[in-house]
Design a protein around this ligand. Structure first.
Ligand code: IVH
Length: 702
């Protein structure tokens, strides 16, 4: 459809339009450029500019057309709604079209929006308009139909009029009630709008697992969610951890077909009702704002908070709260006039891959790192991005000199989404994966079924340094104020050959070093002295034994009086411990069969490092007067002051045992927000003590 030359020139044209003010004379070029990007995004599945950049061009076109409606061309991209149809699932008609949202990027845009609402509804300056503000979730949109209280259909947005039916996939999500009592509100049939998403921490876990298994990684939580939504095996949708937030009533009628939505009064109230009905609704994340200034402030607050939020959001949505006013505002072909998205700073950008460097990890994994021309992503400058492994580079066909699309989404690690082969000029170079360790020249090996190439030279300088960096890190020996730069410097001076040398440093010599002095040498000494008395679970974790992490170190530490006892342990002694698998067992056992490692630990002990089990290493004894001693407990619904895991841990520490089902064996049910069938069942049993989150906290805190 487009030749290589046209592609390059249209790309250059887009960049030039993006870098200057767009005027009426640009109309034809602008439409041409937008058509091209629609094609590369939707047909080629290969966007050449970021969403933000596309939005800016689209908005510029909207503005030109708004100023002078006579110029609107029939083929203008504003004259249609976009589509994500791919034909794999049956197509269904939406009851009412699923429109988009208009976008805003700053306070000025939101003030314009407020003025526009006043005009449409005839509201004076002095009168305050109430806005309901909530996150703009960045996942896949979904429309849910409930009929006679049952979930009967779920569909994606598709082209806005028709979507893909995926009822089975939706039904596998525990966050969606299969039954909700709409009949209590006289609602016989309702359509709800929502967004399917994956939590950021689950997304990172899913990708880490895929990386270990050598599977292609998801670029971002949105792709993992939309991919999960379209899974052929519906069960996998739920298993992947896809959840659905509901944020809007689309349609609701009684048995006579009468519209019930106006009777619900306001958007806020409608969300409260949906909460009562058991849906996952933004709670603390939404706010009723009196006037646009409060709405602007809430958007700014969330722009700051976005990274700490558990889900990926790309902005906030400001909605006129009153349904009566919404009705007055109405819709354009493209979006409701009563709502607007406030988009956060872009987290995608294009950059150039300048070179690839290779880092050697503490267990010898050689990881390629892309050095890119620095770009701003969601307010942070990014210049280094992991390329993970050889397969990743090959599957994405990334070359040195390529233009690349990079993304950094909150606490999600920066990622190269793709390269742009169509923009190559022939000077790009294929990345040759090294055959030898970049530091010690050892020939690299790749174990079957593993994605990484490893340097197997235990004495490789890079590994020695990385092991030391790991040894002093927070989760290991946690030596305050001792950073990587000190390790590199002391290693270069020949003072640190292995981790034992950390405990035998010459502080007089350190105090003489440039940039040091008596005070910093003393501080370092006291931090290292403190670490000498660490519990042995920290020491075990600090040894950089492959796959031996924090948790496994703790359970092993519980079983030994002295670290060197592990010399005599057989594989079964390890695997007999619950939570220790054969891989960890093999690796720990091999470590303690190696004489050099034993010598190292003995040296450390002679320098004063503790190798004995301390009280904190021992399994916790539950006291007789523990507040929940011998009780069984179960948590249900959404908790706000802690997450589920933390709650369970607190309960265990207070002597309780966590169980997973409601039965007559259950003593206590702690109910969070939106508790469903478990609460009902517990009430029916009658003997279960039902506590709120706060009551639970009061009990365990005495
Ligand atoms: S309201 C009729 N609220 O954004 C208005 N949309 O660009 C319907 N989205 O396809 C939209 N969070 O999937 C609304 N709190 C929220 C949202 C939200 C995410 C998505 C939605 C829609 C897209 C519009």
């Amino acid at each position: 459809m487009y030749t290589e030359k046209e592609i390059k020139s249209l790309f250059e044209l887009s960049k030039s339009l993006l870098s200057r003010q767009i005027l009426k004379d640009d109309l034809d070029v602008l439409i041409k450029v937008l058509h091209f990007h629609e094609w590369s995004y939707s047909i080629q599945n290969n966007p050449l500019i970021s969403d933000f950049e596309y939005d800016s061009l689209y908005k510029a076109l909207e503005k030109l057309e708004y100023d002078q409606p006579s110029i609107i061309r029939a083929d203008s991209p504003t004259q249609r709604v976009s589509s994500d149809l791919k034909n794999d699932f049956p197509t269904v008609q939406h009851i009412i079209p699923m429109l988009s949202l208009d976008n805003s990027y700053n306070a000025e845009d939101l003030n314009d929006f407020d003025r526009q609402i006043r005009k449409l509804c005839n509201i004076e300056e002095a009168e305050t308009i109430e806005y309901s503000v909530e996150p703009k979730f960045d996942g896949g949109s979904i429309a849910l139909i409930y009929e006679n209280d049952l979930l009967v259909r779920a569909a994606t947005r598709g082209n806005g009029n028709e979507g893909e039916e995926m009822t089975a996939n939706a039904k596998s999500m525990k966050s969606l009630p299969l039954r909700a009592e709409f009949s209590k509100l006289q609602i016989q049939k309702a359509e709800l709008r929502g967004e399917s998403l994956i939590r950021k921490d689950i997304f990172n876990e899913v990708n880490a697992k895929r990386e270990e298994e050598g599977l292609p990684l998801f670029a971002n939580p949105r792709n993992a969610a939309t991919g999960g939504l379209r899974m052929k095996d519906a069960n996998q949708t739920g298993e992947r951890g896809i959840e659905t937030f509901v944020f809007q009533f689309g349609y609701a009628v009684d048995a006579n077909g009468k519209d019930i939505i106006p009777e619900l009064g306001t958007h806020m109230k409608s969300l409260d009702i949906l909460t009562q009905l058991g849906f996952k609704i933004p709670q603390q994340e939404r706010k009723l704002c009196a006037g646009i200034d409060e709405a602007i402030a809430f958007c700014a607050e969330w722009q700051e908070k976005r990274d700490t939020y558990a889900y990926e959001i790309d902005g906030m949505v400001v909605k006129v709260n009153s349904f009566e006013l919404q009705e007055k505002c109405g819709f354009t072909q493209h979006h409701p006039r009563w709502a607007i998205a406030y988009k956060f700073k872009a987290k995608q950008a294009t950059s150039k891959l300048e070179k690839v460097e290779y880092q050697v990890g503490k267990i010898g994994a050689v990881t390629p790192v892309a050095k890119i021309t620095p770009v701003q992503l969601a307010g942070v400058t990014v210049s280094s991005i992991s390329l993970h492994n050889e397969d990743f580079i090959k599957s994405k066909d990334i070359r040195i000199g390529d233009s690349v699309l990079v993304e950094r989404a909150g606490d999600v690690i920066p990622y190269i989404v793709k390269s742009f082969p169509e923009l190559r000029d022939g000077t790009e170079q294929i990345i040759e994966y090294p055959k030898h360790c970049p530091v010690c020249e050892q020939v690299l090996t790749r174990i079957e079924n593993e994605a990484v190439w490893r340097c197997t030279n235990f004495l490789c300088e890079a590994q020695v340094i990385q092991r030391m960096v790991h040894h002093i890190s927070k989760d290991a020996m946690n030596i305050d104020g001792f950073g990587k730069s000190y390790i590199e410097r002391f290693h270069e001076l020949g003072w640190l050959k292995d981790i034992s040398d950390i405990y035998n440093l010459d502080y007089d010599a350190i105090s003489q070093l440039e940039g040091f002095g008596q005070k910093s040498a003393d501080n370092l000494k006291s931090a290292i002295d403190i670490a000498k008395s660490n519990p042995i679970h920290r020491l075990l974790n600090s040894l950089a034994i492959h796959h031996l992490g924090k948790k496994a170190s703790k359970v092993i530490a519980e079983k030994i009086e002295h670290v060197l006892e592990l010399k005599t342990w057989k594989i079964e002694d390890f695997t007999n411990i619950k939570d220790i698998g054969p891989v960890v067992a093999d690796n720990v056992s091999a470590y303690f069969r190696n004489e050099a490692n034993i010598k190292l630990l003995e040296r450390m002990e002679s320098y004063g490092v503790n190798l004995h089990q301390l009280e904190v290493d021992k399994p916790k004894q539950i006291k007789d007067d523990a507040p929940l001693k011998d009780k069984t407990i179960l948590f249900t619904g959404t908790l706000y002051q802690m997450n589920r895991k933390e709650a369970q841990l607190m309960a265990e520490e207070a002597g309780a045992k966590n169980i997973s089902a409601v039965s007559s064996n259950l003593d206590i049910l702690v109910v969070g927000e939106k508790a469903g069938s478990k609460l009902k069942k517990a009430e029916e049993i009658g003997t279960v003590q039902i506590l709120t989150e706060q009551e639970f906290l009061n009990i365990i805190n005495g």
